[in-house]
Design a protein. Structure first.
Length: 416
């Protein structure tokens, strides 16, 4: 059994317990969770977010609902709703002999041979066309997102270059002020350096304004934070035949053809099979007589309204074929132009990078010469301006190459 010994009188209990209390509080205190940074969206996520906000998405869902309704109507056992007929005859108002007759009938419309199959085929083609139109609309929206994303990248690069240029000129102006104070340079050199610094500040403000406008356009389109760098593969081997717009146009031709065939099989009204039950009382005091009847109603001639619909369907089929031919040619031209644009952008970027490296090296050499007192300030400012412009050109060409690749993918129908 443990023995407790009293503490000496000269021991300060609070001083002795303080470190223990602090350690216990630290151990028991919950660790505050640091808020996780917001994930940077990908280009595919940006397209999906833009699609959820787009009006064309509602239109696409409306086309799909219309196609499902057409398929449901064509799948029905009857081309139209049945009808009930009720009639009653009575002579109480003129002869009053007690003659009465009541008849209840049901008219059921019937499909003509091949009519139901033709309508089902037209409904299936309409559904396929609606699905292809949705993919085509998503691709068009992806093109807008790509353009906005690369415009944002170019503005971000321009802002970074403007900030770097201002920092460099500010350091140069401070160095010139020190040398003017030491008597190594004239006052005019300090004024020239500060003038270039003010010009860089104006360029920075302009770059910030352009970036703000690009960010606003991006937010309005997608509702997401800006991208860091849209991912676009450098090479593409797909052919134009897989393009969603080309598929939509092809299915539209097929849908128009099937719709025309369905209308041709529906030139006459639907025949009707009629069932009726009749109850008749010949006169007062006489027994009632009941009978059942079955009849078939066959409309003759061609409905004039069907001729109008058939002419409209024929015109739509011809227009769809012409648009398909023109679209195929346009997509081929767009793809060739986009491939040439990628090659040109790659060459321009390589040339801009080589030029920027040369001008940066020249600016470094002139800066050393200026610090040694062998070169005048105007020449150094011109060298720095040329190097900064070359760096800006590299950033512009990098964004232009990314945009050219994005346009090539767009012309080939590739989604991000």
């Amino acid at each position: 059994m443990a023995t407790l010994h009293p503490l000496p009188d000269n021991v300060n209990i609070e001083r002795w317990l303080a470190p223990c209390l602090v350690a216990g509080a630290i151990w028991a205190a919950p660790v505050s969770a640091q808020p996780a940074p917001a994930p940077v969206p990908t280009l595919a996520q940006a397209v999906e977010a833009a699609w959820q906000r787009a009006v064309t998405a509602r239109d696409a869902r409306g086309r799909e609902r219309l196609a499902r309704a057409a398929h449901a109507a064509a799948s029905s056992w009857m081309p139209a709703a049945p009808a009930v007929e009720l009639s009653h005859r009575d002579d109480r108002f003129h002869r009053a002999t007690g003659n009465k007759e009541t008849e209840l009938g049901l008219a059921v419309p019937l499909w003509r041979p091949g009519q139901r199959g033709a309508r089902l085929a037209a409904a299936d083609a309409q559904a396929s066309t609606a699905e292809a139109a949705t993919r085509s609309a998503r691709l068009q929206l992806a093109g807008e997102v790509r353009e906005a994303a690369w415009a944002l990248v170019a503005r971000q690069a321009g802002l970074r270059l403007a900030q770097e240029q201002l920092r460099s000129l500010r350091q140069l102006a401070d160095d010139v002020d020190r040398r003017v104070a030491a008597g190594d340079l004239a006052r005019s050199d300090a004024l020239a350096a500060r003038s270039e610094q003010l010009s860089a500040e104006g360029a920075l403000a302009q770059a910030g304004q352009e970036l703000t406008a690009a960010q606003a356009q991006w937010t309005q389109l997608t509702g997401l934070p800006p991208l860091e760098a849209p991912g676009e593969p450098p090479s593409v081997t797909e052919e134009v035949s897989a393009h969603p717009e080309l598929l939509r146009a092809s299915l539209r031709v097929e849908a128009a053809r099937r719709q025309l065939e369905a209308l041709r099989r529906s030139r006459r009204e639907a025949p009707e099979l009629m069932f009726s039950a009749r109850q008749e009382t010949p006169g007062s005091g006489q027994a009632r007589e009941s009978s059942l009847a079955v009849a078939l109603r066959l409309p003759l001639g061609i409905d004039a309204g069907t001729r109008v619909e058939e002419a409209a369907a024929l015109s739509e089929h011809e227009v769809a074929e012409a648009e398909l031919h023109q679209l195929r040619q346009r997509l081929e031209i767009d793809t060739q132009t986009a491939r040439a644009g990628v090659q040109s952008a790659e060459q321009q970027l390589a040339a801009a990078q080589a030029r920027a490296e040369l001008l940066r090296e020249r600016a470094r050499l002139i800066d050393k010469s200026f610090r040694a007192g062998e070169t005048a300030l105007p020449e150094l400012l011109r060298a720095l301006a040329a190097a900064a412009e070359a760096d800006a050109d590299v950033s512009r060409q990098s964004a232009a190459l990314g945009l050219a690749r994005a346009r090539l993918h767009q012309s080939l129908g590739r989604m991000p």
